[in-house]
Design a binder for this molecule. Structure first.
Ligand code: GDP
Ligand code: MG
Length: 637
């Protein structure tokens, strides 16, 4: 294929606006998949994606299409639609020259439409607006066209109106891809320069890298070098994704495809890496900014005997989902009094921080920094993972269970708070003036700091105007500050607020949805840090701290949050034979309390349930807490 006959594009959309359905139609129309194939939403390969109807991991497919007497090669790179995965979106976009921006003809522009548009706009890609679901009774493509003109400054005549479900007007979409998106700017005569924009791990074949070729050619048998590790490999297999891997002898500049070259290790499969031919070094491509974790949670195996299983599952999942960072912070001594020992090391590039914390009675002293993540020599009983958002965290949890059969307890999601140290002595000790606190158990005492800082995000809410009042009240209750308000048409408004991240991390989205009958949408971007009055709150069962429930809270919210946790814990614990006290405490001061239990009549039921679910219980003192109880307590906090 001559370069001028190649187009590389993505589909971006707010969740449920029809991206996967459109992808299916494009694949059918180009004969890539069979129309009769029952296997719909072909690009959504993961079980969790099919169940939740969302796309998590970007997938790629090459389509062949004839137009005006010419064959074209169209590379479709699927992207996730949810805000939590915008890292994957930008990665996919780096291999494209244009995007289809799909907007639902009934719902119109939503918060993620805006976020996705700006990612494409900043990457200077051609944007083709596609109004989908014109078959719906309430579809109003004219109104949506006007919104697109108002918000994105794209003339409404440029919108293509389709029904992905019925297959209406799909040809015009493919023709627009050919006519409005430029071919990639590449040089085949130059030596090979290929970008690794994604990678997956296969048990038998090792790392499968998805690559976009900027210059040159790569063939089976070539000797290639990773610009990052400088290691040399022999190419075992190259080919296109159709959408399954289909080997070809070569891949040429402008093409997108896969490459297998005997890379076996996590650190060899760096996303953003540049590959070149042995003896023909090139200037590496700029790569990617590493994903910045926004939500942290501890992960415990439910049963310590499942430790090995969990360890290897996390290892594999983080290889396939590079936006999860396994993280430990370096503020060792602030956790004084805890039998915690941890270490930290950095992958050389792209600045991923990997770390493991060793917990409680199993702690061992680590004297050397292991060269391999998850060193076999150590028992890891607790580790912390950084996520880009709450959905991301739930999806990760579900994938652990479904794909790797590992059962875990995830702790209260927290955000990375900071503390500014108060004395030169402390700064010297920690080698930093500002330390990041990820594990609430390591929250430094007020006497050591001048101020605490919390992360803030700039949130976008798009809603029908009738809900504006309620939404503003909700935002205010979450300590948000209004920044802007724009009408995108007569009955829709776009609100911009500065939110403390911890206020939206758990249930903001659900509240927003329920008070707007599902009509409001939300997205956010990072906006730095602000001063905050923070305290650490413990939850105790009969005087024993429940580690999973330790939280850092805003002073003014401590009572409400503490009371809420105690009440929910009381409701979700199984009946006990003896009385127990549930307390929320700040330091030695108890701020909320519930008592509970002493019901002998339930004894038989309890014994039965315990024998059924023995594995799913976590013991605190002499009280056993089922996994479900944690989830109930944590979910609605
Ligand atoms: P995605 O989240 O953007 O990938 O959206 P999906 O492709 O999964 O579609 C979300 C829902 O909208 C599914 O139930 C689809 O069947 C439905 N849908 C997609 N396109 C159309 C369309 O053109 N018309 C109608 N009526 N429904 C559609
Ligand atoms: Mg989808």
């Amino acid at each position: 294929f001559p370069v001028e006959d190649i187009r590389n594009f993505s589909i971006i959309a707010h969740v449920d606006h029809g991206k996967s359905t459109l992808a299916d139609r494009l694949l059918e129309l180009t004969g890539t998949i069979d129309k009769t194939q029952k296997n719909k939403q072909v690009l959504d390969k993961l079980q969790v994606e099919r169940e939740r109807g969302i796309t998590v991991k970007a997938q790629t497919a090459s389509l062949f299409y004839s137009f005006g007497g010419k064959q074209y090669l169209l590379n479709l790179i699927d992207t996730p639609g949810h805000v939590d995965f915008s890292y994957e979106v930008s990665r996919s976009l780096s291999a494209c020259q244009g995007v289809l921006l799909v907007v639902d003809a009934n719902e119109g522009i939503q918060a993620q439409t805006v976020a996705n548009f700006f990612l494409a706009f900043e990457a200077q890609l051609s944007v083709i607006p596609v109004i989908n679901k014109i078959d719906l009774k309430n579809a109003d493509p004219e109104r949506v066209g006007k919104q697109i003109e108002k918000v994105f400054d794209i003339p409404s005549e440029e919108c293509i109106k389709i029904s992905a479900k019925l297959g209406t007007n799909i040809d015009s979409v493919l023709q627009a891809v050919i006519e409005r998106i430029p071919p990639p700017k590449v040089h085949r005569e130059n030596p090979l320069k290929a970008l690794v924009f994604d990678s997956t791990f296969d048990q038998y074949r090792g790392v499968i890298a998805n690559i976009a070729l900027f210059d040159g050619v790569v063939s089976k048998g070539d000797k290639i070098v990773s610009a990052h590790t400088k290691k040399t490999y022999e190419v075992n297999e190259v080919g296109i994704l159709n959408p399954n891997e289909q080997p070809t002898h070569k891949l040429y500049a402008g093409q997108v495809g896969f490459l297998i070259a005997g890379m076996k290790d996590v650190t060899e499969a760096q996303i953003g890496d540049t590959l070149y031919l042995h003896n023909h070094p090139v200037e590496p491509l700029p790569g990617f900014k590493s994903a910045k974790p926004m939500v942290f949670a501890g992960v415990y195996p439910i049963d310590q005997s499942e430790y090995n299983n969990l360890k290897s599952a996390i290892e594999k999942l983080t290889l396939n989902d590079s936006s999860v960072t396994v993280h430990r912070d370096s503020s060792l001594a602030l956790g004084a009094g805890w039998s915690i020992c941890h270490w930290l090391w950095r992958l050389p590039w792209p600045h991923a921080v990997l770390g493991i914390q060793i917990w409680g009675p199993y702690a061992q002293t680590v004297s050397t920094i292991p060269s391999q993540p998850f060193s076999q020599a150590l028992k890891i009983h607790f580790c912390e993972l950084g996520f880009l958002g709450l959905l991301h965290m739930e999806v990760f949890n579900q994938r652990l269970e479904q794909e790797y059969n590992a059962s875990v307890i995830l702790t209260t999601p927290t955000v990375p708070y900071k503390a500014v140290l108060s004395s030169a002595k402390l700064i010297k000790e920690y080698k930093e003036k500002e330390i990041t606190i990820i594990n609430p158990a390591q929250f430094p005492d007020k006497s050591k700091v001048t101020e605490y800082l919390e992360p803030v995000v700039l949130g976008t809410v798009i809603t029908p105007t009738e809900y504006t009042g309620k939404i503003m009240a909700l935002c205010q209750a979450r300590r948000a500050i209004q920044k802007n308000m724009t009408f995108i048409d007569e009955n829709r408004v776009m609100l911009k607020y500065l939110f403390p991240l911890n206020e939206i991390v758990v249930d903001f989205y659900d509240s927003l949805k329920s008070l707007s009958s599902g009509y409001a949408s939300f997205d956010y971007e990072d906006a730095g840090y602000q001063t905050a009055e923070l305290i650490k709150m413990d939850i105790l069962l009969n005087g024993n701290i429940v580690e999973e429930l330790v939280t850092v809270v805003h002073r003014e919210k401590a009572y409400t949050v503490g009371k809420g946790i105690c009440e929910r814990l009381k409701d979700s614990l199984p009946r006990q034979l003896f009385e127990i006290a549930i307390q929320a405490a700040v330091g030695s001061k108890v701020i909320a309390r519930e008592t509970y239990g002493g019901d002998i009549t339930r004894k038989m039921k309890l014994l039965k349930r315990q024998s059924e679910g023995k594995k799913k219980l976590r013991k605190v003192g002499n009280i056993e807490i089922p996994k479900d109880a944690f989830i109930k307590v944590l979910k609605t906090q």
